[in-house]
Design a protein. Structure first.
Length: 515
């Protein structure tokens, strides 16, 4: 009996202890979000004194729980953006002593916080699990404060509390865990880019087991915690399920981050082939609106999210082997286009003939194309596209024309081979391409139809071999689909038997699907 009483007593104390811990964590999360998303911080615009205040708050929290800097004795990683060329801005880490001289020069200096919980295994401690959240937001716009409570005071707060729990159980962590707060996410993922490049230059990046970005986790509200990137790491799905079960949370999992429009701090790491997970409770909050305030956040939900992520990171940091799923990086993050691409293409548009030395132009008719397209990509920004198309075009003679009274239409079928140099802007999934080149066209058949009489007869107005200029504009979406316009201007046009200089002009809308 006595034993049973003491057992019950022990259990209730334990439950009370766990309960209070959870209560305290929720209270702390709330305090962090209310501080970071307060009007007095003016929306934490990247590189501003307000963002610095947010950074110092997070730094104090990190220090108070005993986190160590990853590099030297300073958690702050100051960096500036340097533009070598417009297409690839560089983030350069600068010394803390030189910050004021850069600022005097007119540079905006940004600042990440990078801390570490050293792993306990003598070998595995040289491998790293990176956990980060951006703390910057949009600042002030039209006199309104964009507080960014969900985006991303919530993630910053969750990372602080994750670090606290991970510190408490650090003896169980075999790998080291890097804890970071990123600046300048909202203006182009600059903070995470600066960290990835700094880790790369000091040889640490290749030792990263997994990088996790926690962005907008304040709106659980009975819903699911969303993980994107499970296919980049072996057994990732199972590890998430286990962590979810332990923390009593529902999750949704996506193999990859796929949206070409959404981006978070995982991107600079994923682009360097590091397995990544993007964690969020979704876009339920007033996203990028001044209404994204601290009083709308689900703090009990955030506390569960924190517990779930601590469980997940602990597993990743303590399992003997955690392997990247080799080669399985999201297509969105595969920066390089494949060297060779092929697909099918359809085009529809208008065509007309321009009789140059008579100032006589036919009325536009229909031009339709179908065929194969191939592209050889020499580099990220330059490719050569060659198509082989069957082309059927028509053009109409105006009925009022004396020379050819009545309603006539000219039609021609040809084999068309355009070749263009393409300038490519964007990545593999989504890009914009401008092409310029020439075309060759072999005339298969041409005919003239008299619609009044209902007769079609073969004629030869244009030469068998035609060539000219072509150019195009196109947009690639979802890696495989491309849409755009192409234009053709023929240079040669007179057939031996038909001495009028006749130039063909076509404009088409194209859709292509790449295999
Ligand atoms: Zn964000």
């Amino acid at each position: 009996m006595k034993n049973r009483i003491s057992l019950i007593l022990c259990l209730s104390l334990l439950l009370l202890g766990v309960g209070t811990r959870a209560q305290n964590q929720q209270q702390r999360l709330e305090n962090h979000v209310y501080f970071l998303a307060a009007d007095s911080l003016n929306g934490r615009k990247a590189g501003s004194p307000d963002a610095r205040r947010a950074m110092r708050y997070i730094e104090n929290e990190y220090r108070a729980m005993g986190l160590r800097p990853l590099w030297g004795d300073d958690m702050r990683q100051y960096f500036i953006q340097e533009i070598d060329n417009v297409l690839s801005p560089q983030m350069t880490t600068i010394n803390s002593d030189s910050v004021s001289s850069y600022e005097q020069r007119g540079d905006i200096v940004y600042c990440n916080l990078v801390a570490v919980i050293p792993g306990s295994d003598p070998v595995l401690k040289d491998e790293y699990v990176v956990v980060g959240a951006h703390y910057d937001h949009l600042g002030l716009r039209n006199g309104k404060v964009y507080n960014g409570a969900d985006d991303n005071a919530s993630g910053s707060a969750a990372v602080i509390e994750m670090a606290r729990q991970l510190m408490a159980r650090r003896s169980q962590l075999a790998r080291s865990v890097i804890i970071c707060a990123f600046d300048a996410e909202e203006i182009g993922l600059w903070g995470s880019t600066a960290l990835a490049s700094q880790m790369s230059s000091c040889g640490l990046l290749s030792h990263v087991t997994m990088m996790m970005s926690i962005d907008m986790v304040g709106w659980l509200k009975g819903g699911k915690l969303d993980f994107s990137g499970t296919a980049t790491l072996k057994d990732c799905s199972a590890m998430i399920e286990e962590a979810a079960q332990r923390s009593g949370i529902r999750v949704s999992k996506n193999r990859y981050e796929t949206s070409p429009f959404g981006a978070t701090d995982t991107e600079p790491f994923a682009k360097r082939d590091i397995p990544t997970l993007a964690v969020t409770t979704g876009l339920g909050s007033p996203y990028h609106k001044p209404e994204d305030d601290a009083d709308l956040i689900d703090y009990a939900g955030m506390s569960k999210v924190t517990d779930c992520l601590v469980a997940l990171v602990s597993t990743m940091a303590s399992r003997e082997t955690v392997m990247a799923a080799t080669g399985k990086i999201s297509p969105k993050h595969k920066n390089k286009l494949p060297v060779l691409e092929a697909g099918i293409v359809l085009g529809i548009g208008t065509n007309r003939l321009n009789f140059c030395n008579t100032a006589f132009i036919t009325k536009p008719g229909v031009d339709a194309q179908v065929g194969l397209t191939g592209q050889l990509n020499f580099s990220k920004h330059l490719g050569l596209q060659v198509d082989a198309l069957f082309d059927r075009s028509t053009s109409k003679y105006p009925p009022q024309e004396d020379l050819l009274a009545g309603s006539l239409s000219y039609g021609q079928s040809s084999l068309l081979v355009p070749a263009q140099l393409k300038l490519i802007l964007g990545n593999r999934t989504a890009n914009f391409q401008v092409g310029l080149g020439g075309f060759y066209s072999y005339l298969l058949r041409s005919d003239l139809t008299d619609h009044e009489k209902g007769v079609t007869e073969r004629v030869r107005i244009l030469p068998t071999d035609q060539y000219g200029l072509t150019w195009s504009l196109s947009v690639r979406l979802m890696e495989k689909i491309s849409m755009g316009c192409s234009f053709y201007y023929a240079f040669n046009g007179n057939n031996d038997k038909f001495s009028i200089d006749t130039k063909r002009r076509s404009s088409l809308f194209n859709v292509s699907y790449l295999f």
